[in-house]
Design a protein. Structure first.
Length: 130
């Protein structure tokens, strides 16, 4: 009886993990390797949570309208290991992001570099991408 309960628990644990494993997507599913650009604006929301830290940026487009961009980068755990914290990019910061644009017209960017108004530059990898 104990073996049967043990097997049931292991089986449920395995099934529970399947959703987590399938929930993650590839970079190429959302971002274009060949389209790099800069996005400049003000941080209006910070989500320093798994699976990717996300920053929502209010940007003024070519027509003078405010649009919201979804900027994503590595996991908070990976960022913390290179010295980032929840406060590295804060609400109200005026920043310029450099990175890979989202596929289509999605207003997404995968952050490779963050430039602050002060001139400080930080990288989600800890160093510049060549």
């Amino acid at each position: 009886m104990r073996l049967r309960i043990f097997r049931l628990i292991i089986g449920f644990a395995f099934l529970a993990q399947q959703g987590v494993l399938h929930a993650h997507h590839s970079f190429a599913a959302e971002f274009d390797y060949d389209r790099l650009a800069d996005v400049e604006g003000e941080v209006i929301e910070v989500l320093y949570v798994n699976p990717h830290a996300r920053y929502f940026i209010a940007v003024t487009d070519a027509n003078g309208n405010e649009v919201i961009w979804d900027a994503q980068t590595r996991s908070p755990n990976a960022l913390t290991r290179i010295g980032w914290s929840r406060d590295t990019i804060k609400l109200g910061d005026k920043i310029t992001l450099h990175g890979n644009l989202g596929i289509g017209d999605t207003r997404k960017i995968w952050i490779q570099e963050v430039r602050f108004e002060s001139g400080e530059v930080v990288y989600p990898t800890g160093e510049p991408n060549d």
